[in-house]
Design a binder for this molecule. Structure first.
Ligand code: NAD
Ligand code: DAU
Length: 338
């Protein structure tokens, strides 16, 4: 099977590509624009694998997408590519609407035209908005996105479902909670706090730090996506989460403790605009229908993640310095021009 993976140079996409190449005989075609969040160095371990091909292209560019679909004839699409950071969507919403909504629609059109057999839309639990102190998000919870990011993801998620309803396309949607693990861009809470702590810099906690997120290890998310890919029913939505709610301040304190750094590094700073207070996923449907269960335990997997950043200092230092952006030119620009 030929699987086209969009956003395969990003955090979850790269973890997914590594997993797919490790666990299947599939050909994997990565399509990624290499925005600031796309890092081909994350795929270095598999760059010589003949089953992998890489196309640097923007999913909103319908001519470029048409060409790639025509050339590679994918059987299935797993769609990760997106602008993914809530804070950036508050500073500049426009690219969120174009990439996340228009980009998804372009991919759906190409998939429809080229007879793609399965389209996996990687959405997010943020489409449900914020919870109070109790309750969980189920697949039938109302969509009430709060940020320009989550609103654009909700729109994309619904456009994808509309292609099933209207055109009979085989579309499945996943809505997952907050991911952590190796290869995450250091703008997100966990890698940002690890790196700041390592450098004895202040750790900026928004507001009171009592906002709750439901953390899942990226490998458990990728395994769930494969379960949805293999066994999900067309037109259905699958929530993904590992029942692991934590207030942000707890995460920050755990990171400091693991690194032996003082809590005096914590700085409570001005809150995020429109900040969602609590997310929590009910994964009953996905676990029951697909037989997937998360394997990682936060108590072990958070320290292992911190240790990954300790052991892979070069990876994140090159991200911070911008050097990772030169890698594409050195490694691929000439080869692709030949
Ligand atoms: P990321 O920001 O790390 O990666 C996004 C990737 O998409 C990058 O490689 C980037 O270059 C690429 N991209 C961006 N715009 C593009 C465009 N116009 N054309 C082609 N490629 C483009 O994001 P992530 O955290 O890996 O998230 C991946 C997906 O999973 C997103 O759709 C996100 O909404 C969803 N999601 C993320 C989380 C999480 O906790 N990170 C949780 C649930 C769902
Ligand atoms: O729930 C799934 C979503 O999780 C995904 O759809 C998004 O792509 C992903 O970015 C993530 O969104 P969050 O906004 O929850 O993640 P972030 O890491 O930015 O923030 C996690 C929490 O930590 C949130 O409550 C805000 C807080 N925070 C974040 C940063 C970057 C801080 O307190 N300080 C910070 O500096």
């Amino acid at each position: 099977m030929n699987v086209l993976v969009t956003g395969g140079a990003g955090f979850i996409g790269a973890n997914y590509v590594l997993r797919r190449l490790r666990t299947s005989d599939d050909r994997v075609t990565v399509v990624d624009a290499l925005t600031y969040a796309g890092n081909l160095e994350s795929l270095k371990a598999v760059e010589e694998n003949p089953a992998l091909s890489f196309h640097r292209a923007d999913i909103t560019d319908s001519d470029a997408m048409e060409k790639i679909f025509e050339e590679t004839k994918p059987d299935a699409v797993v769609h990760f590519a997106a602008e993914s950071h809530v804070d950036r969507s508050i500073l500049g919403p426009r690219v969120f609407t174009t990439t996340n909504v228009l980009g998804t629609q372009v991919l759906l059109d190409c998939s429809k035209k080229h007879g793609v057999q399965r389209f996996v839309m990687v959405s997010t639990d943020e489409v449900y908005g914020s919870l109070g102190k109790t309750g969980l998000f189920s697949e039938t919870s109302p969509l009430k996105p709060s940020s320009p990011y989550s609103a654009s993801k909700a729109a994309a998620d619904l456009v994808a479902l509309s292609y099933h309803h209207t055109f009979g396309m085989d579309v499945v949607v996943t809505r997952c909670s907050n991911n952590y693990g190796p290869l995450q861009f250091p703008e997100k809470l966990i890698p940002l706090m690890i790196i700041n702590a390592l450098e004895d810099k202040p750790l900026p906690v928004y507001g009171d730090g009592m906002q709750i997120r439901d953390w899942i290890h990226v490998e458990d998310h990728c395994a769930a996506i494969d379960a949805v890919f293999a066994k999900g029913m067309a037109g259905e939505v699958y929530n993904i989460g590992s029942q692991n709610e934590r207030p942000n301040i707890e995460i920050v304190k755990r990171i400091l403790a693991h690194l032996g750094k003082p809590e005096t590094l914590i700085r409570h700073v001005e809150d995020r605009l429109g900040h969602d207070r609590r997310y929590a996923i009910d994964p009953t449907k996905t676990e029951g229908a697909l037989g997937w269960v998360p394997e990682k335990k936060f108590e072990d997997a958070l320290p292992a993640t911190i240790d990954w950043y300790l052991a892979n200092r070069t990876w994140w230092e090159r991200v911070r310095s911008g050097a990772y952006r030169e890698y594409f030119e050195a490694q691929y620009a000439q080869r692709l021009a030949d």
